[in-house]
Design a protein around this ligand. Structure first.
Ligand SMILES: [Zn+2]
Ligand SMILES: [Zn+2]
Length: 172
């Protein structure tokens, strides 16, 4: 959603608070899509600091579904984001503004802002539980639900070498 901030930009010391519902279905990160499970709304206060700068202060609480690193089962990951951003509007900084993709001429793109804030907090690793056993690399079964009976030892080349040694012994 776009918030028009042209009046804020031209009025020193003006401040305004917006409550913006999140309408995106997915959070997208390098081609992967993670569904919003609780979208909530973005509470955003935009203040003109009086020196060609805007101060953005916001909060978003929501939940994103992210697959477990080991078994790929979706985990509902809660986010509680407090954002605090300064936007320099002075002409010599106009080039930098291009980096802040959430500022579009005289508007704030709240989806882009939220994406930016989620990105810098996105967890490196998600596990459905600390001792998740993952999935069998041979048959794909979720090993948290029980053993599948596959012989996965051969997947480890060191184990395979040892098995060969035993085999050789038997053949002698
Ligand atoms: Zn898992
Ligand atoms: Zn298996």
């Amino acid at each position: 959603m776009l918030i028009n901030i042209s009046e804020l930009i031209s009025t020193p010391l003006k401040s305004e608070t917006f409550e913006v519902p999140v309408t995106m279905e997915f959070y997208e990160l390098s081609g992967d899509r993670f569904p919003f499970r609780e979208k909530g709304s973005l509470l955003l206060t935009v203040a003109n600091t009086g020196s060609r700068k805007l101060h953005l202060n916001g909060r978003w609480q929501g939940t994103i579904g992210i697959p477990c690193d080991r078994c790929l089962k979706e985990v509902a990951v809660p986010f509680d984001i407090e954002m605090d951003e300064d936007v320099d509007l002075s002409p010599e900084r106009q080039e930098d503004l291009a980096d802040d993709s959430y500022i579009e001429e005289s508007s704030i793109n709240t989806d882009a802002l939220l994406n930016h804030e989620i990105l810098i907090r996105f967890p490196m690793k998600i596990l459905c539980r600390d001792d998740c056993k993952g999935i069998c690399l041979k048959c794909g079964k979720d090993l948290n639900l029980g053993e599948c009976g596959c012989d996965r030892r051969s997947l480890d080349p060191r184990m395979a070498a040892i098995q060969d040694i035993f085999k050789n012994f038997k053949e002698v």
